[in-house]
Design a protein around this ligand. Structure first.
Ligand SMILES: Cc1cc2nc3c(=O)[nH]c(=O)nc-3n(C[C@H](O)[C@H](O)[C@H](O)COP(=O)(O)OP(=O)(O)OC[C@H]3O[C@@H](n4cnc5c(N)ncnc54)[C@H](O)[C@@H]3O)c2cc1C
Length: 449
């Protein structure tokens, strides 16, 4: 691995620290006194979904408390500002479907800069590491594959997406590699019908100061209890009771805005268990996608906003974005089994892998010019356990099941619950607004009854 600069490997695996309140007051265990107010709505998770739900509820005059396991808001929207001259989005980076994405306007209103540069995957000038002539052949093969997917999605039965690959096709590995970036998983674990339900308007912007920084800014006015991991939602009584290591919180309604893997693994239990909800969460697992940022000496020699696939004949390979925002950086992207395996070796493993692939394409003189700056490991993050959701084959109908309220007082938000913008930050945001509206209707109904 090339050395040089201070490197940060972000596993995010630190145990939650005690909440702020317990540091300044004596700790009151297992007592609602720790949470003195009875909020109308308790929200679990201050990611994009929880933040949107909180803002929507506050705007309607409801009382809200958000419990967040980490010491920051944003969840999988995270801008790292620790060891680089630039803000680095280690989670979401693109305002996808920007013409329908409410966060574009919120970014402008909050003083953030929206960058409209074409993404490298839409810029046909980006050679992507193909020998001349092969790039067009790959794009044709990929286009034909997506056309077969679209047609297959209209059939009554769902299928694993790898069945739509051309038998023995030259570009199958590259098409599968793209699935690991886009879906966080290989095609064999991807539902054709769910993939087809995703809405992409193909308008993609970025936030110069960071998408994660934007979500964190939007969270600022909200009452959030940081470092407070919910353990259980007890729905056996007249009031809902949220159990945390620091005490219990009672609320009239709860919005669960947690990643599916956290729910499905029992990281937060709901008692009595809503088995259909948990079954849906288990069949909408988070795939894995990770980023590695490398600093580049002499970056001007690389094309701004260019892109390279580390290899075009294997699934386990990185995609490299040159000079994002014209910064002297390469942003590496790794997905599926490849990312999961690299996570076990830490940032050194990501960097070794990436530099090897880059030098294979650019020449070995680049080795000394590349140094790791920051890296994610989302599958190892205990409060995410993955990157973004996909449906397993046969389970394309589970997003609606996951989104359905339990007893009209526990509501579900999060990217995995959105029918068309799943796996994205704006999908998460919209789902939070939807869950907030549901909770408000339920509270109003209960008040009238
Ligand atoms: C590498 C990567 C790249 C991505 N790129 C893009 C992109 O370009 N564009 C895009 O739109 N999307 C992208 N995404 C996806 C996007 O980041 C997510 O879909 C979105 O941020 C999810 O928001 P959420 O609120 O549903 O979940 P989360 O952000 O996961 O929020 C859940 C919150 O719950 C908290 N939590 C967990 N357990 C507990 C507990 N027990 N008690 C209390 N709180 C708890 C977590 O800490 C977290 O803050 C990317 C994601 C990754 C990882």
């Amino acid at each position: 691995m090339a050395g040089g600069s201070i490197a940060a490997y972000l596993v995010f695996s630190c145990a939650p620290r005690p909440p702020v309140l317990s540091r300044c007051k004596k700790t009151i265990m297992r007592s609602t006194a720790y949470f003195p107010d009875l909020p109308d709505v308790a929200i679990l998770g201050a990611g994009a979904a929880g933040v949107a739900a909180g803002r929507a509820l506050l705007a309607q005059g409801a009382s809200v408390l958000i419990l967040e396991a980490r010491e920051r808001a944003g969840g999988r929207a995270y801008t790292f500002e620790g060891s680089s001259d630039f803000p680095l989005d280690l989670g979401c980076g693109w305002l996808h479907s920007a013409d329908r994405n409410p966060l574009v306007e919120l970014a402008g209103d909050s003083g953030f800069t929206v960058d409209k540069t074409l993404p490298p995957w839409q810029d046909v000038r980006a050679g992507e590491g193909f020998v001349p002539g092969e790039h067009a052949a790959f794009r044709d093969a990929q286009g034909a594959f997506y056309a077969r997917m679209e047609e297959a999605a209209r059939a009554p039965d769902d299928r694993p997406a790898n069945e739509l690959l051309e038998p023995g096709g030259r570009w199958n590995a590259a098409v599968d590699a793209v699935s690991t970036y886009v879906n966080g998983t290989e095609l064999a674990r991807l539902s054709v019908k769910d993939f087809d339900a995703y809405c992409d308007t193909e308008v993609n912007y970025r936030v110069t100061q960071g998408y994660g920084a934007l979500i964190a800014r939007l969270a600022q006015p909200l009452p959030i209890r940081f470092g407070c991991a919910a353990q259980m939602v007890d729905r056996s009584g007249a009031r809902l009771r949220v159990v945390t290591p620091q005490g219990d919180l009672e609320a009239r309604a709860v919005i669960v805005a947690l990643p599916t893997n956290v729910l499905a693994s029992g990281g937060v239990r709901i008692s009595p268990e809503p088995s259909e909800t948990l079954h849906a969460a288990a069949n909408l697992p988070l795939g894995v996608a990770d980023k590695l940022f490398l600093s580049v000496e002499g970056a001007h020699e690389l094309p701004e906003n260019g892109r390279l696939f580390g290899a075009t004949d294997r699934v386990g390979t990185g995609a490299y974005h040159y000079r994002p925002f014209d910064r002297p950086l390469i942003e590496g992207y790794f997905g599926g089994a490849c990312a999961r395996e690299l996570e076990s070796g830490g940032m050194a493993a990501f960097a070794d892998f990436a530099i090897e692939e880059l030098c294979g394409a650019l020449g070995s003189r680049w080795r000394a010019r590349l140094a790791p700056v920051a890296c994610s490991a989302w599958a190892r993050d205990p409060f995410a356990l993955g990157s973004y959701s996909h449906a397993l084959p046969g389970h394309w109908d589970k997003r609606a099941v996951l989104a359905a309220p339990v007893e009209n007082r526990i509501f579900f938000a999060g990217e995995a619950t959105h029918p068309h913008f799943f796996s994205t930050a704006h999908g998460a945001w919209m789902s939070g607004e939807r869950a907030a509206a549901e909770a408000l209707r339920a509270l109003a109904g209960a008040h009238q009854a």
